[in-house]
Write a protein that binds this ligand. Structure first.
Ligand SMILES: C[C@@]1(CC(=O)O)c2cc3[nH]c(cc4nc(cc5[nH]c(cc(n2)[C@H]1CCC(=O)O)[C@@](C)(CC(=O)O)[C@@H]5CCC(=O)O)C(CC(=O)O)=C4CCC(=O)O)c(CCC(=O)O)c3CC(=O)O
Ligand SMILES: NC(=O)C1=CN([C@@H]2O[C@H](COP(=O)(O)OP(=O)(O)OC[C@H]3O[C@@H](n4cnc5c(N)ncnc54)[C@H](O)[C@@H]3O)[C@@H](O)[C@H]2O)C=CC1
Length: 147
């Protein structure tokens, strides 16, 4: 996959996160504080997500109407049939990240270091996210003392 890296504004955007477990929480931690309106839908939602303030929480299974009007959709359940349904329900123009299947994602998250004045984002082009994370941790040691 050949992608185009940008630094995207989420101000006032509606974002849906389907799933409320460990990976959904990782995606949400990266989204809060960016000015977006975030909705999470799942029958079970972990405490780290529930404690977030800027968040609408729907404690139920995903319903196909949930994607309506969403700018961006993160698919993070452990149920392959649910994940496939969400992908099928999304319309042309909605940005979809399926955390279980890179082939059907419009975009990937990157391993990111962020300060007030700097962002460093690393992608392995989807080939080895653990390596991207390891490189980020190495760079943090170099960048940390410089800023
Ligand atoms: C395509 C992508 C789509 C997306 O999720 O955006 C994707 C997909 C998948 N990841 C999988 C596994 C793991 N992902 C991580 C970690 C991270 N994954 C992230 C991004 C991405 N992961 C995107 C590409 C990024 C790139 O281009 O490099 C990071 C960088 C950013 C973030 O998630 O925010 C974050 C580090 C955050 C940090 O900086 O700390 C770890 C390690 C860990 O969790 O510690 C493991 C276990 C690895 C192992 O065990 O080797 C699987 C298999 C799932 C399964 O088991 O089925 C898939 C599915 C597939 O490949 O299709
Ligand atoms: N992209 C990435 O970086 C990674 C992706 N994964 C994949 O991500 C997926 C999720 O992993 P975890 O968060 O660890 O799982 P988890 O077990 O912690 O959470 C699963 C969540 O899905 C929810 N869910 C189940 N049925 C649902 C439905 N019908 N509607 C809405 N939500 C529903 C559950 O309530 C739960 O909140 C797994 O398939 C895993 O393989 C795993 C590691 C890294």
């Amino acid at each position: 996959m050949v992608n185009y890296p940008i630094y995207l504004s989420l101000e006032q955007r509606n974002i849906l996160v389907v799933g409320g477990g460990k990976i959904a929480n990782r995606k949400i931690q990266g989204l809060v504080g960016k000015g977006a309106m975030i909705t999470v839908v799942a029958p079970e939602i972990c405490p780290e997500i529930v404690e977030q303030k800027e968040l609408e929480v729907l404690w139920r299974p995903y319903d196909r109407g949930d994607v309506a009007g969403k700018f961006m959709v993160f698919i993070c359940t452990d149920q392959p049939t649910v994940n496939s349904s969400v992908v099928a329900d999304c319309q042309e123009g909605q940005l979809v990240n399926d955390c279980t299947m890179k082939e059907r994602s419009d975009f990937y998250n990157m391993a990111t270091l962020e300060t007030d004045q700097l962002v460093v984002a690393i992608s392995s082009k989807g080939t080895d996210p653990a390596q991207a994370k390891a490189l980020k941790n190495q760079l943090a040691k170099i960048i940390g003392p410089l800023i």
